[in-house]
Design a binder for this molecule. Structure first.
Ligand code: KIV
Ligand code: ZN
Length: 385
């Protein structure tokens, strides 16, 4: 069983969600909860980006004892120096240096030739390695980079001292087959005397960020980057809670685990949702409000007999108190009777049949039938007797 490292970037890439701006106190609060959740590394920010981000990274570096604290830096000396200043008090500091390697980014954004990009990687990773023991390099837009050049860029970074290679699917362009294959290719072609950690970093533009991360793991990645609730630029990043639970539930397939304390998942998700102001969609996997709710009669009947008929994840596994059986027009007699019993009404025979009929008539007119609605049905029934 391999152990996959979790690298959380909610406070850096996640903060790139339009409209999200964490202050230092909020970042520290989230970082402490992430450490409790069990992540191995926390990308606390981009220290050169603003004085506020510098302060936040520095404050997080001062309080975390277990998790590695990471600062982002472009291939520029002043970025690396600023990251060093922010992280120098950390128990476990790490720098994350990045430079784009795809033709479109090199030509239209960086206005650099491929040779200049390689030279810059060499110079800046070498410099970063003089200040940090742990140096991560990311070839930005790796999945749209010409493969031989990507290998050259990655090998250049390794030769210059990087021991963590992150492979970003910056624009969410890849798919599980191609992304997995890219990891297999890089891992089998790099040359290094030191052990190299390969890390996935996916965006969700085509809705494949979690599937891509899992494909990377299947093909040898031993670290996964992402954010809580999948917050991030555009459609967001890989939702780390999804990867953690997928590894746990399907350990038969992935044969890998993590240090994530799954029972802290809901608490972590709620905190990030509250402080980011980005609500979790009801139908979101693992932590959405409906993830453990069953409305149709057939499902409710099954769950009442044995929850495993329709639940592959128990709500308690991720810190959700209980599942729920909301009543609507598709609900069945079993769930209706169970709910009435919970409300204090023991219904049987003709009486149950009569009230169930009234419930169905009401449910046809409403999206959901509340406890108050159900009690009103009983009162009406008593009045008619
Ligand atoms: O998506 C991306 O390419 C990034 C890099 C900075 C790693 O976030
Ligand atoms: Zn990203």
């Amino acid at each position: 069983m391999r152990t996959i490292q979790f690298f959380d970037t909610s406070l850096r890439d996640g903060e790139q969600t339009p409209g999200v701006n964490f202050n230092t106190r909020e970042k520290v609060q989230i970082a402490l909860q992430l450490e409790k959740w069990g992540v191995d590394a926390i990308e606390a920010g981009f220290p050169i980006a603003s004085p506020g981000d510098f302060e936040a990274v520095k404050s997080i570096a001062a309080v975390l004892t277990k998790a590695t604290v990471v600062g982002l830096a472009r291939c520029q000396r002043q970025d690396i120096d600023r990251a060093y200043e922010a992280l120098k008090e950390a128990v476990h500091p790490q720098i994350h240096v990045f430079l784009a390697t795809s033709p479109i980014h090199m030509k239209d954004k960086l206005k650099m030739t491929p040779e200049e990009v390689l030279a810059s990687i060499k110079e800046h990773v070498t410099y970063a390695a003089t200040l940090f023991e742990k140096v991560q390099f990311s070839p930005e837009d790796a999945t749209r980079t010409e493969r031989a050049f990507l290998l050259e860029a990655v090998q250049t970074a390794i030769d210059a001292g990087a021991t963590i290679i992150n492979v970003p699917d910056t624009v969410g362009y890849s798919n599980p087959t191609q992304y997995g294959e890219l990891f297999a290719y890089l891992i089998s072609h790099i040359k290094s005397e030191k052990e190299i950690i390969f890390s996935s970093h996916c965006h969700d533009d085509l809705g494949m960020a979690t599937a891509n991360a899992l494909a990377a793991i299947e093909n040898g990645a031993n670290r996964v980057e992402g954010s809580v609730n999948g917050i991030g630029e555009r459609a967001g990043n890989t939702a780390l809670e999804e990867v953690a639970v997928a590894l746990h539930i399907r350990k038969d397939f992935y044969e890998a685990n993590s240090a994530i304390q799954l029972q802290e998942t809901k608490r972590t998700s709620d905190l990030v949702a509250r402080l980011s102001g980005i609500n979790v969609p009801k139908n979101k996997a693992v932590i959405g409000g409906n993830a453990y709710a069953h409305e149709s009669g057939i499902h409710q009947d099954g769950v009442l007999k044995n929850p495993e008929t329709y639940e592959i994840i128990t709500p308690q596994l991720v810190g959700v108190q209980t599942n729920s059986l909301p009543l609507g027009k598709l609900s069945g007699r079993h769930a209706f009777a169970t709910k009435m019993e919970a409300l204090g009404y023991q219904l049987e025979g003709e009486h149950l049949a009569q009230l169930f009929k009234s419930f169905k008539q009401l449910a046809d007119k409403k999206k959901q039938v509340s406890d108050e609605d159900l009690m009103a049905l009983v009162v009406d029934d008593i009045r008619q007797e």
